[in-house]
Design a protein around this ligand. Structure first.
Ligand code: FAD
Length: 458
């Protein structure tokens, strides 16, 4: 270890190699509920791509496992160091916005830039990077590695739809550039897309070229309580088909709505008599460059929601709308505070959400568990908290949820990733031919298996 630390110190200076008590607990975990924390042997904080390259050369030579770390907000245990002998490469110092190119509508960022930092910088240019996962302290490097999604995916897609190119360092220390400031290329395999979502297991991202969009000035948020969850989820494909192009289309079940609004002390002004009848809520946010067009859309949406069975329709004042979206983004913390034992983010085709939710309810009853949640209904991504203290019963519920989701044409995780937490289910349920192909891809990128071992694949 002393030899390794000395070699790393030569590359990044001793001040940026932490060992022993200098390593704070934060580096031992992310926000996953069930992954076991692991303190690494060292934390290295490179400041340049050259330093990342040097660190990986040494790690590869000495066969030391390396786990990249953005801001540790991940929900799959992928940022938890693989073993006590591993090193964490933390991108906290590589946090420069290199360029905001207003002509090509791209931003070039270092991986440690946070979503909130980028958003603040873009506001004065009236531009927006449209991927908004619920935790704005997350880094762009982490977003790329997890293919982060969030509420706005129904309109803008997820991270992989907004990344035009990358600079990345391979396990060998070699540096590659993929893509660039252009929207199309048919020039061999798409390495950008392969690295996106690979959870730090193929390469370390040192720069990303991101698509930007004009920032629409006007937003409106409509909330509709429904008598059943089935009616809420059934309404979603029809709203998408109407062509209003929602920015956000979320469902929140009754239990979760009560918990998140109580958590932030938010009163949405829904009369008790309506709350008593509502089993679920739909929240639809829209945006437009023109106020009149937005008003027309709000009107049309309100009428449609009533026709689809909403008990009532509320156009929320801007402050209440912001508070509700903030509260929804805190759903994870509320579930955690209330003792959730695990969370899932299964994705299914959006028209299959009602069938999926019916099966979830059956599974919960069979295994005497409480399963509650909310979700990015517009893109079929259902976020559920599973309350079941017994690990065996919980495993059955979780596996059942994933099996049902996959049988409906979906996938185990829409945006949080597989990491260490969902790996068991992934390896048990995914097509073995695909898993084997992934192993061979991993082998080609990282022959010695130093990059985030134990995440995604064994
Ligand atoms: C309250 C809350 C709400 C959330 N809401 C959402 C949501 O709506 N949608 C969503 O998608 N996610 C959500 N998340 C999850 C989380 O914010 C995302 O997964 C985010 O992308 C993680 O970024 P990070 O910087 O914290 O990465 P970390 O947790 O530090 O790392 C995540 C993964 O990325 C890898 N990594 C980090 N940096 C690099 C790099 N430079 N190169 C290669 N690999 C790297 C790590 O090794 C790890 O595998 C939420 C989390 C919380 C706590």
């Amino acid at each position: 270890m002393a030899d390794l630390a000395a070699r790393l110190s030569e590359i990044v200076t001793p001040e940026h190699v932490l060992t022993g008590d200098a390593i704070s607990d934060d580096y031992a975990h992310d926000e996953a509920l069930t992954a076991t924390p692991q303190v690494p042997a060292a934390v290295v904080r490179p400041g340049t791509t050259g330093e990342v390259s040097g660190v990986l050369r040494v790690a590869n030579e000495q066969r030391v496992p390396v786990t990249a770390r953005g801001n540790g907000t991940g929900l799959s245990g992928a940022a938890v160091p693989a073993t006590k002998g591993a090193i964490v490469v933390s991108f906290e110092r590589m946090n420069e916005i290199i360029e905001i190119d207003t002509e090509n509508h791209v931003a070039v960022v270092e991986p440690g830039v946070s979503l909130s930092q980028l958003d603040e910088a873009l506001a004065s240019h009236r531009l927006v990077y449209p991927v908004y996962p619920g935790e704005y302290s997350a880094s762009l490097g982490g977003n790329v590695a997890t293919n982060a999604g969030g509420m706005r995916a129904v309109k803008y897609g997820v991270t992989r739809h907004q990344v035009l190119g990358l600079e990345a360092v391979l396990a060998s220390g070699e540096v590659i550039r993929t893509g660039g400031k252009f929207v199309k290329a048919t020039t061999g395999y798409d390495l950008t897309q392969l690295i996106i979502g690979s959870e730090g297991s193929l390469a370390l991202v040192t720069e990303a070229v991101l698509k930007l969009y004009p920032r629409p000035e006007h937003q409106a948020t409509v909330m509709a309580p429904f008598p059943t969850l089935d009616e809420v989820t059934g309404a979603v494909p029809k709203i998408v088909a109407s062509g209003i192009g929602p920015l956000v289309l979320e469902y929140i079940d009754m239990l979760t709505m009560a918990a998140i609004t109580a958590h932030v002390g938010l009163d949405l002004g829904v009369p008790q008599e309506i709350r008593d009848r509502a089993l679920a809520y739909l929240v639809v946010m829209m945006e437009n460059a023109h106020a009149e067009r937005l008003d027309e859309d709000v009107q049309a949406l309100s009428e449609q929601l009533s026709e689809l069975g909403a008990i009532d329709v509320y156009v929320l004042p801007p402050q209440a709308a912001t508070q509700l979206v903030d509260a929804r983004e805190k759903a994870f913390w509320v579930a955690k505070a209330n003792g959730a034992d695990d969370i899932v983010d299964v994705v299914v085709p959006r028209a299959a959400v009602p069938e999926f939710m019916a099966k979830v309810s059956e599974l919960a009853q069979t295994h005497q568990s409480l399963v509650a949640g909310c979700g990015h209904a517009g893109d079929g991504n259902v976020h559920l908290s599973v309350f079941q203290a017994d690990p065996e019963q919980r495993y059955k519920v979780m596996r059942g949820l994933f099996e049902v989701g996959m049988s409906l044409g979906g996938a185990i995780s829409g945006e949080h990733g597989i990491g260490k937490e969902k790996k068991r289910y992934f390896l048990e349920l995914e097509n073995p031919v695909k898993v084997e192909l992934m192993r061979r891809i991993k082998q080609a990128f990282d022959p010695n298996g130093i990059l985030n071992p134990g995440t995604l694949l064994d």
